[in-house]
Design a protein around this ligand. Structure first.
Ligand code: NDP
Length: 429
């Protein structure tokens, strides 16, 4: 995609948007076919993906626009049912674009596997025995999945922790092996689980303990992605609010979330409003990403804001977000679901590291969208206007009735299904 600035995209019909995208992205007829298809995920594919299939469940797929990161443009496929998220992300992306765009980076994609050992006769001796054999354990893990090393990845480190050492602990003492694996462009859950399971007998032999769990940790603290934006106040001016007022309101909103878990959870939900739709659209495991993100937000023992907002020496608003991001370009349903394949094509990322950075930048944009609205007019003004369409549909409106009823709901400042039902009846008469 040469540019993600497509003025007027919002006002086009779905058909016009699809045609424009097909042209801009040079999509093949097959790709475009999925976009226009009534059943993009065929029933026999779905039946092979999970158990007890009775149908498929569709979500709206929108395009987040205006995203510029590290000098590259991205159109962001977002699968989500909640109104105003795509609009808000695109709105903030436009502001950040005018400020030079997001800067992003990421660590290598090192995921963590855990092996639980209980009943060791001497836990400290067991730990020592494992650490002495660290090199050969890593080698054994790699032998269980040799193709990963051929791709430049593989197991690269191992640590051992002892849990519940203190006498009187209500839980059993146990030894936990952490295996760190560069899973290249895969999320890596199955890869890690295979490696962890293969090590279990050797670990039992070295520790004289019994291995129970052998599984990926969904807190991959060595697989982080970061996004940053710096916005001069004049770009933040909104309605009657000066840019400085908006900036200060955003910083105060952040300080609230940073110091209160009740607010942090809602603040972070707003960040995940941006992150989940991209994770879902790209066929990735959003439960894994959610779990890791919230664990990271509580890494110092208190649940707090995922983002940090501050003011630099020029008075610009600075936003930063760092999250673990266990997403892949291959594996799971990514190469199975046709729309996920299409989403990767539209997004045009070359690696899981790049994908992780894009996702974190969308989360940062979404957070600013929410904080900016909250610190100025309040969230309901924009949100309810968009929500009114869903309310009209829920009340039974179809076709041109949807716009008419949605407008009446906004005019009369009563965006409720009950009111919408009355209007539908009135319209039918
Ligand atoms: P896969 O098991 O599909 O493994 C990905 C495969 O892709 C690799 O085995 C590799 O196979 C192949 N591959 C091709 N190109 C590359 C590349 N460039 N880099 C890396 N691998 C490549 O998926 P994952 O191991 O990623 O597991 C993800 C799935 O596991 C998700 O569906 C997730 O929901 C699920 N899961 C999640 C758990 C959790 O979160 N706790 C637990 C269990 C499962 P080869 O080398 O043979 O070519």
């Amino acid at each position: 995609m040469e540019t993600s600035r497509i003025p007027g995209f919002y006002n086009m019909t779905v058909e016009e948007r699809r045609r424009l995208l097909t042209k801009m992205e040079n999509l093949t007829d097959k790709d475009a076919g999925y976009l226009f298809s009534k059943e993009p995920l065929a029933m026999d594919t779905a039946d092979n993906m999970i158990e007890n299939v009775i149908g498929t469940f569709q979500l709206p797929l929108g395009l987040g626009l205006n995203f510029l990161m590290n000098g590259k443009d991205y159109c962001i496929p977002m699968a989500i049912e909640e109104p105003s998220v795509v609009a808000s992300a695109s709105h903030i992306a436009k502001i950040v674009r005018n400020a030079g765009g997001f800067t992003t980076d990421a660590t290598n994609r090192v995921m963590t596997g855990q092996i639980q050992v209980v009943g060791c006769p001497d836990f400290n001796e067991a730990k020592e025995a494992l650490l002495k054999q660290k090199k050969s354990l890593i080698e054994a893990a790699n032998n269980a999945y040799p193709s990963l090393m051929n791709r430049g990845g593989g197991a690269e480190d191992l640590e051992v922790r002892i849990l519940n050492e203190e006498s009187g602990s209500k839980y059993s003492q146990m030894l936990i092996v952490h295996l760190y694996v560069n899973t290249c462009d895969a999320m890596g859950a199955n890869i890690i689980n295979t490696m962890a399971e293969s090590l279990a007998p050797v670990v039992e032999g070295l520790t004289n303990g019994k291995v129970y769990l052998r599984i990926l940790s969904n807190y991959p603290e060595r697989c982080l992605a970061r996004a940053r934006c710096v916005i001069p106040p004049d770009l933040l001016k909104t309605g009657d609010f000066t840019g400085e007022e908006v900036r200060d309101g955003v910083i105060h909103a952040y300080e609230f979330a940073a110091s209160d878990p009740y607010r942090a959870v809602t603040h972070n939900k707003g960040i995940m409003n941006g992150i989940d739709p991209v994770v879902i659209a790209t066929g990735n495991d959003w439960r894994a990403v959610e779990a890791g993100a919230h664990a990271h937000a509580a890494r110092d023992g208190v649940y707090t804001s995922m983002t940090v907002w501050s003011k630099d020496e020029h008075g610009s608003l600075v936003g930063e977000l760092e999250l673990p991001m266990s997403v892949g370009m291959v594996g799971g349903s990514i190469r199975v679901h046709p729309i996920a394949k299409l989403a990767h094509k539209i997004l045009n990322v070359d690696s899981a590291r790049e994908l992780a950075q894009v996702i974190v930048a969308v989360g940062l944009a979404q957070n600013l969208g929410a904080l900016k609205a909250l610190a100025t007019d309040g969230i309901q003004k924009g949100h309810m206007a968009l929500h009114s369409r869903s309310v009209a549909i829920a009340a039974g409106a179809t076709g041109e009735m949807i716009d008419m009823i949605s407008e009446r709901l906004i005019e009369e400042k009563e965006i409720r299904v009950g009111k919408a039902k009355e209007l539908v009846e009135e319209y039918k008469k």
